[in-house]
Design a protein around this ligand. Sequence first.
Ligand code: CP3
Length: 369
Amino acid sequence: MDNPLSNASTESARTNHVASTATGSRFVRACLRRPVDRTPIWLLRQAGRYMPEYMAVRKHHSLLDICRTPEIAAEVTITAAERLGVDAAIIFADLLLPFTPMGLDFEFLAGEGPVVHSPIRTAEQIHALRTDRIDELSYVARSIEKVASHFSAPRADGDQLGIIGFCGAPFTLASYMIEGGSSRNYIETKKLMYSDTVAWPLLMEKLVTVLVGFAQQQVEAGADVIQIFDSWAGALSVTDYCQYCLAPTTELVRRVQALGVPVIYFGVDTASLLPTMRETGADVIGLDWRIPLDAGWKAIGEGCGVQGNLDPIALFAPDDVLKARVREILTAAAGRPGHIFNLGHGIVPGTPVENVIKVVEWVKEYGAQ
Ligand code: CP3
């Protein structure tokens, strides 16, 4: 199944990029399963509504304004990474930004989350989606350039902070396009997926085209790693994931790796999907908290890193419980190369910032090799 030639060229492109830019980053080294001095840590939604500094910016700007203004997006990204003392900064942006150049209008409504005004329900709408305006997303690349320039010098401990670009996976993005927003049962998405054997693959193909272009802009601007969010893949059976999503997701992973960066592939509620997610060829797979880290890593198998997997709600627990959960994850990882400490999903509003900082400090202390 694998094409050895394309794998070899991917491997050498990746090595070249990493050799030239980021061998000094313990986060990037861990993504490549190389030895590190201590377990690297960053946190999903590390810049978000739990943080007073973010809320102060949000008071004056909408979420989309922040995303589309490189000075502000970079400032929010940098402030969160520095306040927490983490080893990587994820660029402040959103999964749904590529919808606009594809011709699909959406907005974020307070309390409701994202709303797509004319959700996709027909083959004609899929045919009409544009893939030729990816340049309109270049504001994300401009934000990354600013963050990369801010973090260009090594930190006090000699480590280079990692810069993470990101995009959605085809299934998760299609679910927002088709449902028109967040969903519980994905009925419209699955109806289209099961019933239109021409339009569904076309939608997947168009998404992959746009996402590869978007990822390329981010890598050229200085992203060291790309994380692909397949947040809702856990809604799929293994059979449906294999039949409808594995091929386009694999295509996306391979083409992003060919840009010269490692790929982290993340989903929630994916315990039963892990061996299949591994088939995408991602360098690292994100684990949620429902599976013990060692069991998840075993299911994924050798030759792939893992990221995770503290329950974000454990950040509300008293110190002794929280500390025990952090230690449990580090013990399960057992210092094997390729573990990146993270949460199993994003930090929620109301999380005490001081607990987030404590977790970062404990991982630095207990995760030393
Ligand atoms: O530090 C960071 O991680 C922030 C950057 C970031 C945002 N969105 C900003 C944001 C990232 C990595 C995302 C990814 C994203 N966006 C995902 C995948 C991650 C996941 O949680 O699985 C998804 C599914 C989206 C789509 C999206 N954006 C939803 C469903 C919502 C509403 C959810 C809510 O909590 O209200 C958003 C809004 C959003 N994107 C917020 C932030 C900080 C919160 C809203 C705000 O500031 O007004």
